[in-house]
Every structure is written in C-alpha cells, then in structure tokens.
Design a protein around this ligand. Sequence first.
Ligand SMILES: *[C@@H]1O[C@H](CO)[C@@H](O)[C@H](O)[C@H]1NC(C)=O
Ligand SMILES: *[C@@H]1O[C@H](CO)[C@@H](O)[C@H](O)[C@H]1NC(C)=O
Ligand SMILES: *[C@@H]1O[C@H](CO)[C@@H](O)[C@H](O)[C@H]1NC(C)=O
Ligand SMILES: *[C@@H]1O[C@H](CO)[C@@H](O)[C@H](O)[C@H]1NC(C)=O
Ligand SMILES: *[C@@H]1O[C@H](CO)[C@@H](O)[C@H](O)[C@H]1NC(C)=O
Ligand SMILES: *[C@@H]1O[C@H](CO)[C@@H](O)[C@H](O)[C@H]1NC(C)=O
Ligand SMILES: *[C@@H]1O[C@H](CO)[C@@H](O)[C@H](O)[C@H]1NC(C)=O
Length: 917
Amino acid sequence: MTAASGAVSLATTGQATSSSSASAMPSSKTMRILFGACLVLMGESGGLQGKISSSLLALQYLNHLDLSGNSLGGVGVPIPKFLGSIKSLTYLNLACMNFDEGVPPQLGNLSRLLHLNLEATVFSDTLLHSDDISWLSRLGLLRSLDMSGVNLSTIRDWVGVVTLVPSLELLQLSQCGLSLQHEPILQSNLSSLQVLDLYSNRIDTLNPTYWFWGVLIIKELDLSSNKIVGQLPEAIGNMTSLQTLRLGDNYLSGVKSELFKNSCNLSWLELWSNEIDQDMSDFMEGFPACTKSKLRSLDLSATNLTGRIPSSIKQWENLTDLQLSDNRLVGSIPLGIGKMTNLRSLILNNNQLNGSVSEEHFASLVYLMELSLSHNPVHITISSNWIPTFNLEVANFASTKMGPHFPLWLEGQKDIFELDISAAGIVDLVPDWFWTVFSNVSYVNISCNQISGRLPATLEFMTSAQMLDLNSNGFTGLLPLLPESLLFLDISRNSLSGPLPQDFGAPMLRELVLFANHINGTIPIYVCQLQYMQVLDLSENLLVGQLPQCSKGRDDKEELNTTVDPGNRQLSALILHSNNLSGKFPEFLQYSPVLTLLDLSHNKFEGELPTWTSGKLPYLSFLLLRHNMFSGSIPLELTEQVHLQFLDLANNRISGAIPRGLAKLKAMAQYSKTRSDNPLESKFESTGVDNHIEAIKYDDSQQIVMKGQQLYYTSAIVYMVGLDFSCNNLLGEIPEEIASLFGLKLLNISHNQFSGKIPDKIGLLRGLESLDLSFNELYGEIPWSLTEITTLSHLNLSYNNLSGRIPSGSRLQTLSNSESMYIGNNYLCGPPLSMSCSRPGVTEDHHEGNNAKKRDLYLGLAVGFVTGLWMVFVILLFVKTWRVAYFQLLDNLYRARCKCLWPKYAQTADASPKTGD
Ligand SMILES: *[C@@H]1O[C@H](CO)[C@@H](O)[C@H](O)[C@H]1NC(C)=O
Ligand SMILES: *[C@@H]1O[C@H](CO)[C@@H](O)[C@H](O)[C@H]1NC(C)=O
Ligand SMILES: *[C@@H]1O[C@H](CO)[C@@H](O)[C@H](O)[C@H]1NC(C)=O
Ligand SMILES: *[C@@H]1O[C@H](CO)[C@@H](O)[C@H](O)[C@H]1NC(C)=O
Ligand SMILES: *[C@@H]1O[C@H](CO)[C@@H](O)[C@H](O)[C@H]1NC(C)=O
Ligand SMILES: *[C@@H]1O[C@H](CO)[C@@H](O)[C@H](O)[C@H]1NC(C)=O
Ligand SMILES: *[C@@H]1O[C@H](CO)[C@@H](O)[C@H](O)[C@H]1NC(C)=O
C-alpha cells in the first residue's frame, strides 16, 4: 500500500454502490433485495479478516478509502474513532463490515467528505447504531450518505439534522427504524436531493406538508415496507421529476392513478400490497399519456384490482415489467400483450384469469425472461413444436391447465433457473431431455402431476439444483446419486423402489422427503454425515433393520475417533413412521439438540424409552412412538420436557403408572398457546405464511386425516396438544395433576388398566375436544365437571366400572352416538341409557368387577386401528417444511433485505412450494 496515490480500495464484491433505477432484473422486488444491500451469505465472512490498523493515519493524503465488505468488525468491534482524523478523505466506504456499537461522532471531523457509506447488515449479530447524528451537519460538502441498517430509532429529529447538509444528493436510510414526526416541516435546504431511500422504516403517515414533496428534483423515492396508512397525498403529483416511486407494502387505500397526472418522468412505479380497489381498465386510463409511453416497470400486485386486463395494455409499449399477481382479475389475457415487445417479465400469479394462452400471446416478446401465470384457471395451449423467441429464466405455470402432455416447447429454454409446473394436469412421461436441458436450474417443481418415468442416473449433473420437488407423481426406479448443490428434495408419493444409495452425494442436503414410496433396504450410514439436515422423512416405505449406528451416539466412540461423524446437529424433524424398522430408541439423536419432531410410529422399535431426552433434546415438541414394541415405564424425565405438546405412546407395551410431575409439561399447560415459545412455530412465523388456526377441528381421527390433506392445515400442527397412552399396560390412578394441562385437546388413555376414579377436576380441561377413557377399570361416578367442557365433541367412557347417574343436560347429551360411550358400565343409570336411576342398588360402586375378558375381546379389534393423528402431522409437516425451505433458500440467496418483504413473497411465491393433492 503506498500513500502517494491517495486511494485505497480493498472492497470485496457483492456491494452495489447506489440504488439505481436502471436495471434489467426481472422482478422489481427481487431487485430491491439484491441492490444496495450487504450481500452476506450465511456462514461466510468475506475478504480481509482482522482489525483496521491505525497506521492508516500515516497516509496523510489519503482521500479515498473503501473497505466495504471486509469482515474487519465483529461483536464488540466499533468503527475506529481514528478514521475521523484522516482529514484528507473525500470518500469513505465502510459498508457491510459487520461493525458493532455506536457510530463515532469523530467522523464529523472529515469535513472534506463527499461520500460516506456506513451501510450495516441487518441480519447479523452485530448492531451498528447511533443516538446522535448531529455530527453529520459538519460534513458540509457531503453528497451521498448511506446509513442503511444502522439503528437510528432513538433519533426523533433526524430530518432536522439531514436538512443541515444541503449538498446531499443521495440519502439512503433504509431499515434504520426511523419514523416521521407528525408535525409538518415546510422548508428544507435539501435542494439537491435526487435519491431518497426510506425503505422499511416505521413511517406511518405521509403528511401532505412533508419536506420531500417540495424537493422538486427528487428522482427516486422509496417508501416501501413502511406502515403508511390512508390516502396518498396529492402533493405527490407535484414531484414532477420523479422517475422511480416505490410505495409497495404499506396500508395505502384508494390509490388513484389521477394523482400521477404530472408525473411525466415516471418510469418505475411500485404500489404492490396497498389497496387500489378499482377496475384495472379504469385505473390504467387515469394515467396521463406521457406516463403510458414512459413507464417501464409497473407493480400492482396485491392491490385488489378487479375486472379484466384491458386490451389497451398494448399501448404501454415501454413496459418491461408488469406485475399483477394476487388480484381479482378475470377474463382472458389479451393478445395485445404479445405486442409489448420490450416486456421482460410478466407476472400474473393468483388471479382468476381464464381463456387460453397460446404462442400468439408471446409472438414478438423476444426479451421475455420471466413468465409467471401460476394459480389461474388458464389453459396453456402452446403447441409442442413451437420454438419461442425468448429465453426464459423464470417460468411458473403452477395450477394452470397445461397438461395432459408435457410442455415440450420448454425444451429450448436452457436458461431457466426457476421452473414450476406443479399441479398443471400433466399426465405424461418425463422427456429424456428434461434433466439435461434444465441442468442449470436451481428450483424445479413438477409436483402433483402424473408424470412418470425413471429418475436418470445423470441427475447428479444438474449441478445448480438447490430444490427439487417431484412429489405426487409416478416416478419409478431407484433414487440416483443427487446433485452436490442440492438442499431440498421431495419425491414423496411416488413409486420409487429399491434401496437408498449408500452415498447420496448431496452433502449440503437440508431436507430429504421420500415418504410414501416403496423404498426398501436399510437406512444407509451416510445419513450420519448429513450435518445440515433439518428434516428427514422416510416414512411409509419398506425400510427394514436398525437405524444407522452413527459414530456419535455409539457406545464405543472412543475407539472410532478417527471417523467421528459431524452429527445431524441441525435436525429438527425425523419422521420414519410406517416402515419395518427395528432396534432401540435411536441414541444418535443425543447429538441433535434442536430436534422438535420425532415420529417413529408403526415400526418395530423396542426397548425402554430413554431418560436422556429432556437433557439432550430440550425443544422436543412432538414425540410420536405409536405402534411399536417399546416397553418399560414412562420415564419420569419426560415430564421435564417443557416444549412437549404431543405425546403419542399408543399401542406399545408400556407399563407402570403415569409419572408424577405432569404439571411441568408447560407446553401442555397453557390454555391458548402463546406464539414464539414453540420453535416450530417461530420458524413458521418468519416465513409470513398465513395460519388458518380457526379452521382446525379434529373431532375424530378419520376426519383429521381427511382434513390434513387440505392445504389450509399447513400450520395446524403447532396447535395440536395431546396425550395418547392408549393400548398399553399402564395402571394406577389417573393423576389429579392431569387437570392442570389446560392446553390438552386430546386425551386418550383407553385400553389400559387404570383404576380409581376419574379426577373431579377433569372439567378444568376447557379446551378438550376428545376424551377416551374406555377399557380401563375406573370406578365411581362420572364427575359433573365434565359437563363444563363445552369443546368436547368426542367422549368415550365405555367398559369401565363407572356407576351412578350420568351427568345430565348440556353438552354430554348432545354428543352423537351417546349411548355407546357409556356401554359396558353396568351400574350407570339415567339418560341416554335406558336404565333408570330410581331402581334400588344401581348407584353403588361396583369397581370390583373384572373386565379382563371383555378387554381381550376388544383389544383384538383395536389392533387393526391404523389411522391416527400421525398421518396428519406428516402431511402438515411437509407442506410446511417445503414452504419454510423455499423461504430459507431465498433467505440464503438474498440475505440482507428480505425481512420486510417476506409477507409479499409468501403470496407471490406461494405457487411454488405446494404439496397436497
Ligand atoms: C474530532 O471530533 C471530536 C468529536 O466530535 C472532537 O472532540 C475532536 O476534538 C475532533 N478532533 C479533531 C482532531 O478535530
Ligand atoms: C434499535 O434500538 C432500539 C433502542 O435502542 C431498540 O429498542 C431496538 O430493538 C433496536 N432495533 C433493532 C432492530 O435492533
Ligand atoms: C439551511 O441551511 C442553513 C445553513 O446552511 C441553516 O442555517 C438553516 O437553518 C437551514 N434551514 C433549514 C430549514 O434547515
Ligand atoms: C402543487 O404545486 C402547486 C403549484 O406550485 C401548488 O399550488 C400546490 O399547492 C401544490 N400542491 C400540493 C398538494 O402541495
Ligand atoms: C376489494 O375491492 C372491493 C371493491 O372493489 C371491496 O368490496 C373489497 O372490500 C376489497 N377487498 C379488500 C381486501 O380490501
Ligand atoms: C383412543 O385410542 C384407541 C386405541 O388407540 C382408538 O381405538 C380410539 O379410537 C381412540 N379414541 C379416540 C377418541 O380417538
Ligand atoms: C366407545 O368405544 C367402544 C369400544 O371401542 C365403541 O364400541 C363405541 O362405539 C365407542 N363410542 C363412541 C361414542 O365412540
């Protein structure tokens, strides 16, 4: 490094300098995410490492210092104060360096500074912040300032400060936690300001007298992802220099295009996720003629537009990007679209467009890169020998009518990196070229068709593939070696057969979902090597044998030190139900500390339940061990499992009593579960996918399975709270404590040898929907408190020794099939039974009666019981995890600014990750 030249630039790539309205990106939202953001990929720290040395001070004439993107910061490392002493600096770029703590006011000494960039990464463990930015006013020559991502939320009068820097041309303060004061600020000195970026702050109102309306030379204004309510002020029409206006993701209502009557320079307009509530033709007519010829990008997604896409759309001849997703548009797509020769992206997902789409629609669209028509009942009638004039990168046709033939015209589209033709009614063989043509694809979803064929042995050469969703098709043959880049794979509900490969070849795999195939053989030990694995689902296959003996978890691991597996440290769900697996409870799970869901149901596992789970698996929420041969007693330690909310031990050989301390099961003890404390849920939350909790009803298991297959129940799993101990050899009394598990919705202890009375307080379980105590040796009267459980829709007390009057009135009598729920209790009386309570002797206790014979008889019937909640869990989980997966992928790709855009992505990207039938 020499001092002479006066410039030091050590910037790493991945950092764009200013947000610019000119871009060729297909989607404005994507662009927003990519540009001007610290592109820090997960787990990666780029460039130089270490500390900034004060020896820089020796460079007396240094005027240009660019260290952006180098990880010279870190937790507890502030921006060095001495930088404020390099007086000669005119350019200082410290963007994306992971600095922590307060911004040093010494920077205010750099009075020659023209450009200052302190942009901070929002998703990181460091937090650059400032409570006082008055030092900025000493930078009298400053032209561009970027403090995006720096927490400025405690500064009230930030506007007052920045207006003291009248030379500013570019001001970027996105994601700073800023709000605008409600008092008007009529004047400002910012007469040079051209770019104002306030993306993702906490601005909730746009006072018509705000200063920026008056800055007539502003070319670019970004207010998206704030909390602005109400009408868009007319003053916006006075900003005649505006070229780019981003207002997406606010709560604006009744947005009128007439407001833009003077906006003749507008070329980029984003209004997505606000309310326009108008017929699309009317809305488009409201723009002045000059806008029609100038506008290049228009995003009206999720604005409640109605009516048809007007055929006059073809007059908007400069449009390159048109986004109309998530509206209520009807009718056919006008042929005029085909005349919009500059079109690069056409995104119409989630409307009610019908009619047909043929090659004529795209005849002269040579630049088209994104075509997204997902979730419209539209017929794609493009002929299979048509050779498109364009080269798509993104092609989304999910839930359109594309089949029955495979869209062969896609063969030439070699640049595609995102392809979704799921649920498009395709009943065909997958063409051989598919896997080679799409070798550059990163996301493929062809799920929910009837596409058949074998997976090629060359699958591994799809070297860019990150997500492959082939679920619910007719694929046959073996699972081949997978691409090394692959993160998510779903081939569930196909007809794959044969064993799993000994080595999958995809070391980064996070989710592997292969349920409902005919895969046989054992689970290969390679699974132990998949250190990023989060979800592994091999359920409903023909797998046999013991689970792999991962070296972590083996007793003899000392000896094997040389080959210690990394361990599945990120595993959050392991789902293996309905196979023929055997052996003991898997020990290697001790090294999966975030495990949330474990489903080993319907296998041949045996031995005692482990006592270590509470210590090693603190987040375990769903433990489903139904239908195995586990024996021994329920470990006392299980009550330490504070997140446990569903425990299914049905149909095992578990004996002994229910352990004391049930009340410690906090997740079951909360009446209405609070969000956030459930790891699955918070993961889910972050994706912004809607929860449809109100709709959940699981009166009986049959219905659950049925309902579980509906998409809406995706998140229902997080609300299921239950205990199922049925069909074991448990005995003793039902502990009183059970009445403190207020969250319980399902309690089934039938087919055991429980004795004693039904706890009087059972009526405290106010959320209980299904209670089955049948086939036990319970005696005494039915507690009247049961009648207080208004949610109860399934009750079975049959085959016990209960006696006395059946509580009358209210709920219990209205349950369907009410007589059979008391059957086999010879001393019960009163309606709905025919036995009247007035007969002498019937109210006595007769608990000495032995039901053993009867039980044996009915046990035989119960063994055939196959349906159950586990089915639902599994179905739900997959739908969910696929969504999560998809967003995580996006998250990884565009890490920096996604947070506020999530909800929108959830809508527009909804199309892609769907399973279900
Ligand atoms: C730089 O700024 C700080 C605080 O703003 C001030 O105390 C200090 O005297 C200044 N240093 C020089 C060398 O001007
Ligand atoms: C920003 O700072 C405020 C006040 O210190 C704090 O409450 C808030 O959580 C911070 N915001 C972020 C995103 O860290
Ligand atoms: C404009 O700038 C001058 C100094 O350049 C300052 O005195 C004045 O207060 C500023 N006016 C406003 C409204 O900020
Ligand atoms: C727009 O500009 C005109 C002319 O300068 C002015 O009379 C009017 O008040 C402005 N409108 C708003 C809402 O600021
Ligand atoms: C959408 O617009 C219609 C009128 O066109 C209105 O009745 C409806 O409430 C709007 N929907 C939403 C979600 O704002
Ligand atoms: C309780 O479990 C038994 C055996 O597993 C099952 O047959 C019965 O249907 C369950 N009861 C309810 C209400 O689901
Ligand atoms: C209660 O369980 C018994 C035995 O399984 C069954 O015959 C009866 O139909 C069940 N009653 C209800 C209401 O489910």
